[in-house]
Design a protein around this ligand. Structure first.
Ligand SMILES: NC(=O)c1ccc[n+]([C@@H]2O[C@H](COP(=O)([O-])OP(=O)(O)OC[C@H]3O[C@@H](n4cnc5c(N)ncnc54)[C@H](OP(=O)(O)O)[C@@H]3O)[C@@H](O)[C@H]2O)c1
Length: 338
């Protein structure tokens, strides 16, 4: 550690792997916005971006190629690169004492790795103390879903969840944005501009995509409800930033829309609208007068065909709360425990 944080303890040495990517650059912005203490910053990327520069707290930082050596001595390592890189480099960094906060899907379902949304299951971080280890950050779509489900679960239990997601191009990284803008092709299975594609990532034998599998597996792990029936279709839409979802929730006990709204409004990190109120991805990602790090929940209404079912509309900024902000919140939670 070096320099000093506001608590008087030395500010951590922080490495960001993938600092040139959409999520990594947003991690740096979120550090600035939230005043996260950073003693030394190591901005890392691939050999392609080595020598380029990123801006942080008024200074330029040279990007270096990510190597195991460059992670040595870091207190926090944020992995926002590829799953393969996390697989090959995260264990050594954790063994050397760093807390690794991984944005890829590599470690999410590993039994020994906590999968954390700090508003929901901060207790999963308990084993960390002062030692290193890997913490996994959920999929951006999962974070939007579980943030809306948890208050309803606490109020009335969950019996069944059906969800159709409408996912932005940036969920596939900078190349996804480029493809939406027509600057490249072939990342998505069909043309995205002016279209909707009912396939996010690749199909498995089950007929569900890997993205759909992640949404169901991760939701059950975070909520600690391993048998919760969660079924979904994930759709790519020609939106730059912001994953939306239409969610049909069946609760175990009766819950009126008014009671659901009360439960949602009392939960941190949510902006809540009633039956005819909603936020769109364009509003969430493009305006200063909305809470960009909140998950926005609206159109809360009863399913007229079933006494214990409610419909919701949710929107999450996939780059911020869906990725960077959640990762920084995990680090804040760990620092607060030290
Ligand atoms: N985008 C989202 O909405 C979202 C949400 C949740 C989780 N995630 C996850 O977050 C991670 C980053 O996503 P992103 O959207 O930021 O992607 P991105 O915009 O494509 O950025 C990828 C980053 O990874 C770096 N990288 C790639 N290969 C590397 C290598 N071999 N060694 C070192 N660095 C390497 C790139 O560096 P160069 O610039 O040098 O190529 C770049 O900084 C992924 O695991 C993704 O699944 C993304």
């Amino acid at each position: 550690m070096s320099a000093s944080s506001s608590s008087g303890s030395p500010a951590p040495t922080v490495a960001v792997v993938g600092a040139t990517g959409l999520v990594g650059e947003t991690v740096l912005r979120v550090f600035e916005e939230r005043g996260f203490p950073v003693g030394e910053l190591r901005a890392l990327g691939s050999a392609r971006s080595a020598g380029t520069r990123v801006h942080f707290r008024g200074k330029e930082h040279a990007v270096e190629e990510a190597t195991t050596e460059r992670l040595r001595g870091a207190d926090f390592v944020f992995f926002a690169a590829t799953g393969e890189l996390s697989r090959s480099m995260a264990p050594a960094a954790a063994a050397a004492g760093a807390v690794v906060i991984d944005k890829s899907s590599t470690w999410r379902m590993a039994a020994h790795v906590p999968l954390v949304v700090p508003e929901i299951n901060p207790g999963a971080l308990a084993p960390f103390g002062r030692t290193g280890g890997i913490v996994s950050c959920p999929n951006c779509t999962t974070i939007g879903l579980v943030m809306a489900l948890e208050p309803l679960r606490r109020a009335a239990g969950l019996a069944h969840v059906t969800v159709t997601t409408l996912q932005a191009a940036s969920g596939a990284g900078r190349e996804g944005l480029d493809e939406l803008r027509g600057q490249r092709s072939a990342l998505f299975p069909r043309a995205l501009a002016g279209n909707v594609i009912p396939q996010c990532e690749r199909f498995q034998e089950s007929g569900y995509t890997t993205e759909e599998q992640k949404l169901s597996d991760e939701t059950r792990k975070i909520l600690a409800l391993p048998a919760l029936p969660v079924t979904m279709t994930c759709v790519r839409v020609p939106v730059a930033v912001g994953h939306s979802a239409a969610v049909l929730v069946e609760t175990e006990h009766p819950l009126s829309p008014e009671e659901a709204l009360d439960a949602l409004r009392a939960f941190p990190g949510l902006s809540v609208g009633s039956a005819n109120e909603y936020t769109t991805p364009l509003e969430l990602a493009g305006r200063d007068d909305v809470h960009r790090d909140d998950v926005h929940v609206g159109r809360v209404r009863r399913d007229p065909t079933h006494p214990r079912r409610l419909w919701l509309w949710t929107v999450v900024d996939n780059i911020r709360k869906g990725a960077a902000t959640n990762a920084v919140q995990i680090a804040e939670e760990l620092l607060a425990r030290r």
